[in-house]
Design a protein around this ligand. Structure first.
Ligand code: MG
Length: 309
């Protein structure tokens, strides 16, 4: 009897340890000694991290009206004014794509520093306030358009909070989803057959779609729900796991939508991206602070293209 009880206790202790272990390293996605590090503070409200091919991080400070640069040591101004940019991503040619709140448009920064407007209206009406974007291998740019950043005194002109795609060849803007409350972060699976879109409005969940020809979405379903806070920025790693911002930090889900674990962060991250010299650092923009943690994985899109998928 005593032996049976001892065995039972041992089993309970071992399984509790295993659970603790799997939560701390996220089933091997993080090194065992990985720790959240604060890289910079004193910012206003930061969003949209993107790792530039030149080897530094950019991110938006929305109220400060600047895109910032973190060079591994210091934070400086990368572009100002930014028209209160929010989400940033990198295209296949290494160019920075930015979603502007007060500009109510999506822009691309060319190699000479000039900006090209990629989208600012749909059916003759102003966009709401583009929030986040992702670029497909063929160059099609997908972005979300909730109304969070419409400047005071201006009106919402669109009848929906759309998810849009800018066709790589024709440059035409297509509404690909109109039934989101507040569509926000988005990312592709490694094979680009699935698109994940966060809804940071009432549903507080992430939906997944099959990507069909002619940039249309099919078979939409709920992928996962966020239990604390809302899903804002999301990223996919090379194995198809989804890393989502949430109220208490970052929540990581398997390709089947099962919660693998959480990374707790002192401030609530609004967005995240993979980057660093080897692509294995996860950067998190969290209110007034920029944070990072080392991982054992990379973004679905690889190292020098922003790791943004
Ligand atoms: Mg966002």
């Amino acid at each position: 009897m005593k032996i049976a009880i001892s065995m039972l206790l041992l089993t309970i202790i071992t399984s509790a340890w295993a659970q603790e272990k799997s939560q701390s390293d996220l089933g091997g996605l993080l090194p065992a000694d990985a720790k959240v590090e604060k890289l910079a503070g004193g910012l206003q409200f930061i969003e949209g991290p993107a790792w530039m091919p030149a080897g530094f991080l950019v991110f938006s400070d929305i109220p400060a009206d600047e895109i910032k640069k973190w060079d591994g040591q210091n934070v400086s101004t990368f572009r100002a004014p930014s028209n209160n940019s929010n989400g940033n991503t990198i295209d296949g040619e290494g160019r920075l794509i930015s979603c502007e709140h007060s500009g109510r448009r999506v822009v691309r920064m060319e190699k000479d520093g000039s900006l090209t407007v990629l989208a600012d209206s749909y059916q003759g009406k102003k966009l709401n306030s583009p929030n986040d974007a992702v670029v497909q291998t063929d160059g099609t740019i997908w972005f979300t358009d909730p109304p969070y950043g419409i400047p005071k005194g201006q009106k919402q002109e669109q009848g929906h909070n759309y998810v849009f795609a800018i066709d790589a060849k024709t440059k035409e803007l297509h509404a690909v989803a109109s039934d989101f409350d507040h569509p926000n972060g988005l990312c592709f699976s490694p094979d680009e057959k699935k698109l994940y879109v966060a809804d940071s409005g009432k549903p507080r969940h992430i939906r997944v779609f099959d990507v069909a020809a002619q940039h249309t979405l099919e078979n939409g379903k709920i992928f996962c729900a966020i239990d604390k806070g809302v899903p804002d920025g999301i990223r996919c790693d090379k194995d198809g796991n989804i890393w989502s911002s949430a109220g208490e930090g970052v929540q990581v889900f398997s390709p089947e939508g099962k919660l693998i674990g959480k990374i707790l962060v002192p401030e609530a991250p609004a967005n995240l991206c993979f980057g660093g010299a080897d692509g294995k650092t996860l950067f998190m923009t969290a209110r007034t602070g920029l944070y990072s943690i080392r991982t054992n994985t990379t973004g679905a899109r690889g190292i020098f293209q922003g790791g943004t998928r």
